[in-house]
Design a protein around this ligand. Sequence first.
Ligand code: HDD
Length: 711
Amino acid sequence: MSNKEKAKSKKLEQLDAYTSDSFDKAITTNQGLKINDDNNSLKAGERGPSLLEDFMLREKITHFDHERIPERIVHARGSGAHGVFELYEDQSELTTAGLFTDTSRKTPVFVRFSTVAGSKGSPDLARDVRGFAVKFYTEEGNFDIVGNNMPIFFIQDAIKFPDLIHSVKPEPDREIPQAASAHDTFYDFVSLSPETLHNHIWAMSDRGIPRSLRMMEGFGIHSYRLINKEGKAKFVKFHWKPILGAHSITWEEAVKINGADSDFHRRDLWDAIEKGQYPEWELGFQIVPEEDEHKYDFDLLDPTKLIPEEMVPVKIVGKMTLNKNPENFFAETEQVAFCPSNIVPGIDFSNDPLLQGRLFSYLDTQISRLGGPNFHQIPINRPINETSNNQKDAMMQMDIPKGKAHYFPNSIGGGCPHQSKMAKGAFASMAKKIDAQQVRGRSESFNDFYSQPALFYRSLAKWEQDHVVNAYSFELGKCTYKHIKERILYHLQQINEDLAQKVSDNLGLEIPKEIDMPVNQAVGAEESDIKKYQPAPKKNYLEKSEALSQTHNKFDTIATRNVAVLVADGFDMDAFSEMEKTLKNKDAFITLIAPNGGIVKCSDNMEHEVDAMLSTTESVLYDALYIPGGKKSIDELMKEAKVFKFIKETFKYCKAIAVDGEADKLLEKCIDVPYKDDKAVFIDEKPEKFVDAIAKHRNWEREEVAKQIIV
Ligand code: HDD
């Protein structure tokens, strides 16, 4: 079965009806007129001016002039793919939602991953949160989980979202810096809004620079509700767990990748799907009964808090597989419109004030982004079930709605479209008891800003903590205002003294003993109210949570890992073929790199196609390096300075290296720190050991030594 056939789904069939191609077709105007010269405009004489009469010129240029739509105000840079969600077991004790109760269903999905701050053309490896938006085309309508790769968000109330984003986007006077949080306005906002600290420390950790979009977790973040047929509701948090494990790279490497291939993540996702290595995630629920709403040291409605998995384990319920690339980036990935308000029966919202604001914002933004309120008719956004209502007009209506009555109730149209009972699959908002006074403010239970960042930092491995220290030092080092840096140092001190001390040493600044704590209350609020919103003292309700560190992860596969193989004419075929067989059996990708393009000959005089010329590629684009022996080949490689850079970088960034025969000479020549006993360097060893080391992603323990290497 071809990949395309495997990917078949009701959504893809629907999209097929809208796809077109130009193969074997005559070029025409948009009015269907065949064109006989698309190279020359109509002119008054060969050297004369173009004529207004030239409708072909005008049509072509006019279309071109309008080919761009506004990029997303956030998450502008993104990559999408089609796939399917399959349920492992019926979850009807929790919900009536068809996609979570019917195990025979294969629910089509479209997923878009993104960075947050950068523009549409910004580099993939920015330090940033990654968007993880999933649209389920269910039989009851579209259901969107518009999440991120971090389980919490920066702010607690949607009214702060424009401020957060204005602060992180390029500064308004010079439009600098692009796709980077390391600047004054962002840190000004963060330092004055301690609610941001938890998401911020996640962004400063390795989670902010994933190895691949296929190797990161996803989170719905807010508490939602699942409701079963008895009407019983439970809180739920959605988790996506990648089958390949969650892995990251270092900042130094990210900077180089951005130069070598700024489409690194986009290409990686596309290539894996094209090669039939479909990315997969398992979906998990964290369930909290409504009776337990107030049982925790944090508020379930506060989106800056996670529920540690040690307190509420994640129950795995199904699997999502991405199995088809889009046909057209603009039509699908650019025009897809996610809205957290897209919900189906059996699921409902919580009172999380951030979620409540999002329920408005997404629908609203699509209207200017996609040109009007009929954006749901764009093929990628159409649900797979039938839609029918009385919103028949507006820009770009694509259907021709028949009938006279476009209001409800009506008798002329037979009362149609009619309302449906819940038993017939209609959505009805759950009955929630609300007995409260209207207030503009927040709950005191939202005041704890330090406990969870502290838990996060404590839970990291030593090398992960080092990366956090480096990230804070780098980012604050890029800020120019001393008082902003000091305010951040103060907050870091509240989170973890060791962290604060290391960062302040790096910056050469003192940690202030106190700062003027900003007040999230109305101007002129009562003293007692102001006090109510001061940060609460840090609590320690859990010493460590393993789920927060990427060291407690999946390290059991090398599928889709890209191994660079450096060769020149005369490389040892015996060693190479054993290695190649082992790696390919485990679904790794191999890139044969040689000083020149075209063909390279092995020791058996066989011809091998070169995948990349040394001058066109960089070590940072690969997960591991293998160099087979062969005197002639190694002598040739010895002459290439780029080979030494390649090896040194691979070692410096803690990746697995295997060499055979004479190739050890290359390591000896360029690695000037001890490497022979390194856990991930293999000299004339069995390929299986190399495989295990690649599966471990990196030998981070090497970092202390490797950082002395200059490249
Ligand atoms: Fe948002 C896009 C994720 C809070 C307003 N958001 C957007 C996308 C993702 C998220 C993944 C890209 C969707 C796509 O690929 O098209 N946003 C989040 C998460 C949040 C969050 C996980 C907090 C838990 N967002 C948030 C708030 C607001 C917005 C509080 C406004 C009040 N977000 C938007 C937006 C965007 C958007 C401006 C831009 C493009 C779009 O919606 O479709 O409306």
